[in-house]
Design a protein around this ligand. Structure first.
Ligand SMILES: Cc1cc2nc3c(=O)[nH]c(=O)nc-3n(C[C@H](O)[C@H](O)[C@H](O)COP(=O)(O)OP(=O)(O)OC[C@H]3O[C@@H](n4cnc5c(N)ncnc54)[C@H](O)[C@@H]3O)c2cc1C
Length: 409
């Protein structure tokens, strides 16, 4: 019997510091220990936001869905997310078109927009209480894209059917008091509480018959044409197919050439912070490296993030926490003069980037029945949604619409 046999994922310290969600009360989600071997239709490895969207989606299509996680649900990278739900991909449409051609780039951007809107609809239809709040997004010119580049980007987006407005430096100063060479303003973004969202989705999946086992470390996988066998917590899980949603603990030996794990930092004030009222309707981010971004949260918290660094080192993340927090405060002050944010929460986490800003959502080559979802980047939540939409088709061996830009490369 032809099969491949590999060791699975490294165990990492994914987060450092106290994320703003640590002190937010979340209803518990009951999980179980895996006490015996079992057989199922679909096994999902990972119960972060990617595994949660996947479980909610696939438990509508399959009777026996099993989710396995070595941690409690939503306590990996999802707990570090500032949960800006943006259709705007980190790589501008114009830059992505240079990398992968205009038709694929426009398709990826439009898909991201549609999935963001579908994500909001799903949260509302399923009545998931996760602080969902719709926002506009203000994308500021920076050292990666100046005012002229922004104008060109806005034209390209409009041509691709994505509504947005270019703001000149003068308009930006008049409307927002921000001193940059230009910006793009668009509707269709949102914010949420990522832990509440992931657990809410998993609760829906359970209601549809999915079973969640945690903590349960999946240590090995054996894939054959007849099914996939996982070694987990001293037992075996036999599945017709397995979807790996393991976040930044990436499965070893995958053939991707585009992904890189980095680090990112974030900070939040206590509720009742001082900031301009328009920030409650608007996300802000910039075309810079490293970039700064901000949103507001429940009760008037200011949540700011960025300062990404090109290495995946828990000790570096921990050692630089205070320095990065000071820098986030300085950059916030520089952008919005008069603001003096005092952080109540400072944290950092592993982060992911791909060279084109797009995720991998694909069948794993040479491992029949195995699929990988590597959401990554500032759009991780939206990519998790896209993966959940594409997976039913991929599992049937089809090539779902828009799946091309997300293949292994
Ligand atoms: C500071 C910061 C800010 C961010 N802000 C945003 C933002 O504003 N918007 C946004 O969309 N994204 C943001 N992100 C990115 C976002 O956090 C990630 O894209 C997202 O959480 C990834 O979700 P996931 O489910 O893929 O990974 P995780 O949440 O890490 O879930 C993967 C799960 O797989 C489990 N696992 C791994 N290997 C195994 C195994 N062998 N056996 C069993 N279980 C296993 C892990 O325990 C983990 O729980 C941010 C990230 C950071 C660090």
């Amino acid at each position: 019997m032809a099969h491949s046999f590999i060791e699975l994922t490294p165990k990492k310290r994914l987060r450092t510091g106290r994320s703003v969600w640590s002190d937010t009360p979340h209803p518990q989600l009951a999980t179980h220990a895996l006490k015996e071997s079992l057989t199922c239709d679909i096994a999902i490895v990972g119960a972060g936001i990617s595994g949660a969207f996947m479980a909610q989606s696939l438990s509508r299509h399959y009777d026996r869905v099993v989710v396995l996680d070595r941690r409690a649900p939503a306590t990996g990278s999802t707990h570090a997310s500032t949960a800006m739900l943006q259709f705007e991909i980190d790589t501008p449409l114009t830059a992505l078109a240079d990398q992968i051609g205009h038709p694929s780039a426009a398709r990826a951007w439009r898909r991201s927009y549609k999935s963001t809107q579908e994500l909001m609809r799903r949260i509302r239809n399923e009545r998931i209480a996760c602080g969902l709040s719709e926002r506009s997004a203000l994308y500021l010119a920076g050292d990666e894209l100046g005012g002229r580049g922004m104008e060109k980007e806005a034209r390209a987006r409009n041509r691709a059917g994505l509504a947005c407005e270019f703001l000149s430096a003068r308009e930006l100063r008049a409307r927002y008091g921000i001193d940059r060479t230009g910006a793009i303003l668009s509707d269709g973004a949102a914010v949420a509480d990522p832990v509440a969202l992931a657990r809410g989705l998993l609760r829906k999946a359970k209601g549809q018959g999915a079973r969640i086992f945690a903590p349960c470390d999946v240590t090995d996988v054996m894939a054959t044409r007849h099914g996939v066998m996982l070694a987990a917590g001293g037992h075996f899980v036999e599945a017709k197919a397995v979807v790996f949603c393991t976040g930044y603990e990436v499965m070893k030996n995958l053939p991707d050439r585009v992904m890189k794990i980095t680090s990112s930092w974030a900070a939040a004030t206590a509720p009742g912070a001082d900031y301009p009222t328009w920030l409650d309707q608007t996300l802000v981010w910039e075309a810079a490296k490293p970039y700064l971004y901000m949103r507001t949260g429940a009760g008037g918290r200011l949540i700011v993030g960025g300062e990404d660094a090109d290495l995946d080192s828990p000790s570096y993340r921990a050692g630089t926490l205070e320095m990065k927090a000071r820098r986030l405060a300085q950059k916030t002050r520089r952008l919005l003069p008069g603001l003096k944010p005092k952080w109540s929460h400072v944290w950092a986490g592993a982060f992911g980037e791909s060279s084109d800003g797009l995720p991998i959502i694909d069948a794993v080559p040479d491992m029949p029945g195995c699929f990988a979802v590597m959401g990554f980047g500032g759009n991780g939540t939206i990519y998790a949604m896209i993966a959940a939409q594409l997976m039913p088709g991929l599992l049937k061996g089809k090539k779902p619409a828009d799946s091309d830009p997300f293949r292994f490369r």
